[in-house]
Design a protein around this ligand. Structure first.
Ligand code: PBG
Length: 325
């Protein structure tokens, strides 16, 4: 054979493959989502998410110590209150579980990792929707924005570096940016869940936060069939002042991430959601895939598709794996 072009020459050994590798995962780019539940004395494990727990304040502290020691990029805080009501009013309680957890974490970490607070009402409402309802039971966009604005200022005052706007209300990034700026929190950044789809893959998360949701979120989260709509949502969030743009879920949405990377001059984030994690864990538990390889492959492919930041429940474990390599 007279082959001039032999791509295999660049794959002869690991050193060669490393030399020409186009995308690497770094632990500094990983964000670990954390759940903290009000009133717990011991952590409670979550169905379908091996290794993930609802934290007590005590176990949360240990987990943050591990995150600091391993050197990941940040943590993202979700809180489960004892009391839920129509308005999600515990979200605006300065001593409510979310504000308290954010305050404690920030005191513990200082500037050594980024504290992202989830900014949404679904954990706090008795109906489980991401906003408050109007008299017809529909999610009231603009009243919800007012609450998001107040929530943003409180979370910033309690030490969040960054707010994750995950509610998919129209204008949420602009409303949050305006409220923050008005309260002199110009340096608090916004991680915009710009393209967030109404996905079946959020199932285990809803167990994790004991979601009260009946029905679905299809009147605010996006239809999985659409991508132009994502580009529009992303464009709006950029115009409204987002600092990082997120596409969610991850694995079935790589085309959206890639399309975003072609048009957006902001860092992009991807979130490997609970159901995606559960699929890998279930397959690995049955011996169907090599768990560690599968995890690293998924993260590498997210990088390749355009993500700088990756939110993953595997963040601490991946940091350990990368240290070992
Ligand atoms: C809602 C929120 C959800 C997730 C993150 N934020 C659930 C939803 O939209 O129903 C899902 C994350 C996951 O599945 O890991 N604030």
């Amino acid at each position: 054979m007279e082959l001039t072009q032999r791509p295999r020459r660049l794959r002869v050994n690991q050193a060669m493959r490393n030399l020409v590798s186009e995308n690497v995962v770094q632990k500094e780019s990983l964000i670990l989502p954390l759940f903290v539940r009000e009133g717990l004395t011991n952590p409670v494990s979550i169905k379908a998410m091996p290794g993930v727990v609802q934290h007590s304040s005590e176990s949360l502290k240990h987990e943050i110590d591990r995150a600091l020691a391993l050197g990941i990029g940040g943590v993202m805080v979700f809180a489960i209150p004892e009391i839920r009501d129509e308005m999600g009013s515990q979200a605006l309680n300065p001593d409510g579980i979310l504000n308290k957890a954010v305050r404690d974490i920030r005191t513990q970490v200082g500037e050594n990792l980024i504290v992202v607070a989830d900014l949404c009402l679904d954990e706090f409402t008795s109906h489980g929707h991401c906003g408050v309802l109007d008299q017809f039971g529909r999610v009231d966009n603009d009243r919800t924005l007012e609450i998001y604005g107040e929530m943003a200022v409180l979370l910033a005052a309690n030490g969040a570096h960054m707010l994750g706007t995950s509610g998919m209300m129209d204008g949420q990034v602009g409303a949050v940016r305006k409220a923050l700026d008005k309260a002199s929190f110009q340096d608090i950044s916004i991680l915009a869940y710009a393209a967030k789809y109404a996905s079946a893959f959020y199932g285990p998360f809803r167990d994790a936060v004991e979601s009260q949701l009946q029905g679905d979120r299809k009147s605010y989260q996006q239809d999985p069939s659409n991508i132009k709509e994502s580009l529009r949502e992303i464009q709006l969030d950029v115009e409204e002042g987002a600092d990082i743009i997120m596409v969610k879920p991850a694995m079935a949405y790589l085309d959206v991430l890639h399309a975003a990377s072609q048009v957006v001059n902001l860092p992009l984030a991807s979130y490997i959601v609970s159901g995606e994690m559960a699929m890998v864990e279930a397959a690995a538990a049955q011996g169907l895939v090599d768990r560690e390889r599968a995890i690293l492959e998924i993260l590498t492919c997210l990088r390749r598709a355009g993500a700088q930041v990756i939110c993953t429940y595997w963040a601490l474990e991946v940091a350990q794996l990368l240290d070992r390599k």
